[in-house]
Write a protein that binds this ligand. Structure first.
Ligand SMILES: [Zn+2]
Length: 310
């Protein structure tokens, strides 16, 4: 069965899309309940009016479209976030199945990367809504990343057999965790002394530790710069427009517009976007780039005799 499935990439892609929307439906529950510290299992899905939602109104993607975003029981509007998360998760799952299709350890890479993608999706939507990144995703994700690396050295290209292999891959993940969170921590410290307010939240620092534990130190560095670049590209025009408006107009209320100078913006979603880009395609390019830089540094430090091997 698995062989037939894997032999047909399109069929695998479609199956993974459907599976992804079901997982996305569970991620919606996590996104809604975890910040409110509610249980993920009980009670069963309920509308805000207290009515239980029958299974036929709980189908991923389809139910939202059928009901046109309105609850069947009371007509309350259902956030478009539910639809977005389900479609996004489905698309990432399908794309990943193509991306890793020629891989020697297909299922292993697919499983680990999809697990990581699920963490990233939850973090994005929780951070956008609540401006927090719950510990169980950032810290918990980082610990999971190191443990998965220890258990499956193949994920890190480590070929040593036995315990040595487990220790080597685990320490690579740990190194990624420390480099990622360490650098972002110090960028935050410098930003804070310049801006005299918190520049980077603890949640982002821990999240980058999680990225490092799954993607390694090169992936973590890529996410810091990639995330900052994405943030600038997206926010600079909005911030400029709102700044110009606020200087033009005498209306003081302009300053309370949602995006503008000095307004706190969650950095998490940008880090996550960069992490997804890295994980699902830009890794080869980014790894080459940082490998080149590390060669330059090493040759400067050791005059061409590398003693540290990454
Ligand atoms: Zn209702």
């Amino acid at each position: 069965m698995l062989e037939t499935l894997l032999a047909n990439p399109w069929l695998t892609g479609i199956c993974l899309f459907v599976f992804g929307t079901i997982v996305g439906s569970f991620l919606n529950v996590c996104i809604h309940r975890i910040p409110l510290q509610q249980s993920l299992i009980l009670p069963a899905s309920r509308c805000e009016c207290g009515e239980n939602i029958p299974w036929r109104f709980n189908l991923p993607v389809l139910s939202w479209l059928m009901l046109r975003g309105r609850a069947a029981c009371c007509g309350r509007s259902i956030s478009v976030r539910y639809l977005l998360v389900e479609i996004l998760t489905g698309m990432i799952f399908a794309y990943a199945s193509f991306h890793f299709s020629n891989h020697e350890f297909y299922l292993l890479f697919l499983g680990s990367n999809l697990f990581f993608a699920c963490i990233l999706i939850c973090v994005t939507f929780i951070d956008l809504e609540h401006m927090i990144i719950p510990n169980r995703f950032s810290f918990g994700g980082a610990v999971c990343g190191v443990l998965i690396a220890c258990a499956f050295p193949e994920l890190w290209g480590v070929t040593d057999d036995g315990l040595i292999g487990n220790v080597r891959s685990g320490s690579q993940a740990l190194f990624g965790l420390l480099v990622g969170s360490g650098i972002l921590y110090w960028i935050g410290v410098m930003g804070e002394s310049l801006l005299r307010k918190e520049a980077i939240g603890q949640g982002d620092v821990k999240l980058l530790g999680c990225v490092g534990a799954f993607c390694g130190w090169k992936g973590a560095l890529f996410c810091i710069f990639g995330g900052a670049l994405l943030g600038t590209i997206l926010l600079l025009p909005i911030a400029l427009v709102s700044f110009l408006k606020s200087t033009d107009s005498s209306d003081k209320e302009q300053h309370t517009s949602k995006l503008g100078w000095g307004v706190e913006v969650p950095f998490g979603p940008f880090l996550v976007s960069a992490a997804l880009l890295y994980q699902l395609g830009l890794d080869t390019f980014a790894d080459d780039f940082f490998q080149q830089i590390s060669y330059i540094f090493r040759s400067v430090w050791n005059e061409g005799a590398p003693i540290v091997s990454f």
